[in-house]
Design a protein around this ligand. Structure first.
Ligand code: HEC
Length: 187
């Protein structure tokens, strides 16, 4: 009899602990990630630096950040033709597809797209910053590996996890930066 009560108590304690770590914000992040299918959830579990981020949450101690960013930058691959701006129309399809970019889970983009997520900064008019080389590279790097510019970002690392190829990452980069893209439509 006593043993059974102990088991219940343990179950209640564990449930409480799990819930306390799953605030409404974390739940929304998990939902956004899972809306891309199990591949995203699986990919999130496999990275060594993921462990650091799980321990420190989004507050990686500054003394670890330098080496962390360096390791993440080293994971970035670039298109064979060296062009970081691809075809924005192909980028649009990738951005929208829940099984590829799944970007609308967290970002606005095309102002006509209803129901876009707000976990990440809005990307409407993103191209206003111009298409200088540092901007293009920052954008490509962010898409291919969000952790190379911000340790433990909530944004998943599409290129590192094989969800977008380097060429596809360049297409999505163009979708955000190309003046002709609906993201940058003048209203
Ligand atoms: C799970 C939510 C999530 C998803 C999905 C997501 N992002 Fe993000 N994104 C974020 C967050 C949070 C930030 C801010 C932190 C950072 O810079 O990493 C961000 C930042 C960015 C930035 C930098 C914005 C700036 O003004 O500097 C770009 C560009 C971007 N995301 C593009 C994309 C693209 C393209 C996709 C799809 C391939 C995507 N994101 C998918 C959450 C997400």
């Amino acid at each position: 009899m006593k043993k059974r009560y102990f088991g219940w108590l343990l179950a209640v304690l564990l449930a409480g602990l799990t819930l306390s770590q799953q605030g409404p914000f974390q739940q929304r992040v998990n939902q956004a990630i899972q809306s891309g299918g199990s591949r995203f959830a699986e990919a999130m579990k496999q990275d060594p630096d993921q462990a650091l981020c799980s321990i420190h949450r989004d507050r990686l101690p500054p003394e670890l950040a330098g080496a962390f960013l360096e390791r993440q930058r080293a994971l970035i691959k670039y298109p064979a033709n060296g062009k970081l701006m691809g075809d924005w129309k192909q980028g649009e399809a990738l951005f929208t597809d829940p099984r590829k970019g799944n970007c609308y889970a967290c970002h606005t983009g095309d102002p006509k797209e209803a129901g876009a997520g707000l976990l990440g900064p809005g990307l409407v008019g993103y191209g206003q910053r111009g298409i200088s080389e540092p901007v293009v590279k920052y954008t490509y790097d962010k898409i291919y590996n969000a952790w190379a510019t911000m340790p433990c970002s909530l944004m998943y690392r599409a290129g590192v996890h094989g969800i977008l190829t380097p060429e596809e990452s360049a297409h999505v980069t163009a979708f955000l930066l190309e003046p002709a893209s609906p993201v940058n439509a003048r209203r």
